[in-house]
Design a protein around this ligand. Structure first.
Ligand SMILES: [Zn+2]
Length: 438
């Protein structure tokens, strides 16, 4: 056999090794960070930090420590299971077996590709189900946060699966069609479609999707309504409506958000938030949300998402045409990719495989830029806090933040490196220090 010289570059094997190495590196990093977080939180469990000794009971501080530790430990199990599933799909041949089985059953074509993506999503969802159940009905339950009943949980599952299929399948079909029919620049078209789809989702989410899962009632408390309206006018905002959402149906965690575009903006308060905060504190929380709009954080996030997706689609456009992208990740592409002479024949397309492999592989690599995203998000939180303190008053905001952190059992003493990597919101201690209130 006149094999290639011994030193020849083998892109398929290189990808396999790179993928395995980066996966292992990411796992090691995640385990190391988690260990640090657990150790740090437990070390500070015995006493409330001095700056909060007067405002936070020891029991609440310890509950936060225990909740944090439980979540981090559970996160490690999720990470390990996720890595095993990922390996199962790729290098161990899961996706290959599923694809070959469906090819035998359906032949090659759009239906087979849609069936491949749908069954991949369903199987993945089933595999993750036990973990999600454990999180809700064991961990959240143990700390008193879970308010879900089994019927509600099951109803949510059925609804979100049907909704996912109704929204997801047509857009996936459209992208697959573009991949096959739009020529070399298909990825640019697909990106446009994907962005349009995301904008549409943002637009219809508050009015059409969220009400499928929660009840939204107009805010009835007239005094609060007057306060909130006055605050919004002062800040130069108008909203189509002020709503109270029955967040307490599922969880005791509290929140508020400001959503929508243009004139369709609406303010949504969780009922759990209104139950816990004084009117002044509600004002401060809303002003914080308005601060995100004033500083154009939402817009910046959307523009960033656009840019990242464009790079992602361009990369996918290139990778989808490389045989080693498939073989390196444990999948056999159909023949026309390997034999250029067959490229023009209407052979079995590889597009669904390319999409799935890309979705599986990207998080392994993008995990390493997570600290950049978290940093920018924490910066935005500080800016929104400063805005809220200027528009309402600092002490109200500080009290609201403390109550929310306490009610959500967020620890005041996280490990700084863990924070740098994962936290989208700065710890309460830092936020209060920025406000000059500790
Ligand atoms: Zn915020």
């Amino acid at each position: 056999m006149n094999a290639l010289p011994h030193s020849a570059f083998n892109p398929s094997l290189t990808l396999t090794l790179l993928f395995a190495a980066v996966l292992l590196l990411g796992l090691a990093l995640k385990f190391w960070l988690a260990t640090r977080q657990v150790r740090h939180v437990l070390q500070h469990r015995a006493a409330v930090p001095a700056a909060f000794a007067a405002t936070l009971p020891l029991a609440a501080h310890q509950k936060a420590a225990d909740y944090t530790v439980a979540k981090v430990r559970f996160g490690l199990i999720e990470t390990a299971v996720g890595a095993a599933i990922l390996l199962g799909w790729t290098l161990l041949g899961g996706l290959e077996a599923l694809n070959q089985g469906l090819l035998e059953l359906l032949g090659g074509g759009m239906w087979q590709q849609l069936a491949l993506i749908a069954s991949f999503v369903l199987i993945g969802g089933l595999l993750e189900l036990p973990l999600s159940l454990y999180q809700t009905f064991v961990i959240e339950q143990r700390f008193g946060f879970n308010k879900m009943t089994w019927t509600l949980w099951l109803g949510d599952l059925v609804k979100s699966t049907l909704l996912g299929a109704a929204i997801g399948l047509p857009i996936v079909a459209l992208i697959l069609w573009l991949m096959g029919a739009a020529g070399g620049l298909w990825w640019l078209w697909a990106w446009g479609v994907w962005m349009g789809f995301n904008l549409l989702l943002l637009l219809i989410y508050p009015t059409f999707i969220a009400p499928l899962f929660n009840k939204f009632q107009p805010l009835e408390d007239e005094t609060l309504k007057a306060r909130v309206t006055a605050l919004m006018q002062r800040c130069g905002f108008s909203a189509k409506g002020l709503f109270v959402m029955d967040g307490s149906r599922r969880s005791a965690h509290a929140n508020a958000y400001f959503t929508g575009f243009g004139a369709a903006k609406r303010v949504v308060f969780f009922d759990t938030l209104l139950a816990k905060l004084s009117p002044g504190e509600v004002d401060a929380v809303l002003a914080h949300e308005l601060g995100h709009f004033k500083h154009k954080h939402i817009l910046k996030r959307i523009v960033t998402m656009f840019a990242i997706s464009l790079a992602g689609f361009a990369l996918l456009g290139w990778l989808a045409g490389q045989p080693w992208f498939y073989t390196g990740l444990g999948v056999t592409p159909s023949l026309q990719l390997l034999v250029p002479a067959l490229a023009d024949s209407a052979a079995v397309p590889n597009d669904a495989l390319a999409l799935l492999l890309f979705m599986l592989a990207v998080p392994i690599f993008s995990f390493f830029i997570a600290p950049l995203m978290s940093l920018s998000s924490r910066q935005h939180e500080f800016e929104a806090d400063a805005y809220a303190a200027a528009q309402t008053n600092g002490p109200d905001l500080a009290r609201a933040l403390l109550k929310l952190y306490e009610d959500n059992a967020s620890t005041l003493t996280p490990d700084p490196l863990y924070v740098a990597f994962y936290y989208s919101h700065p710890p309460a201690s830092q936020r209060l220090a920025r406000l000059g209130l500790t």
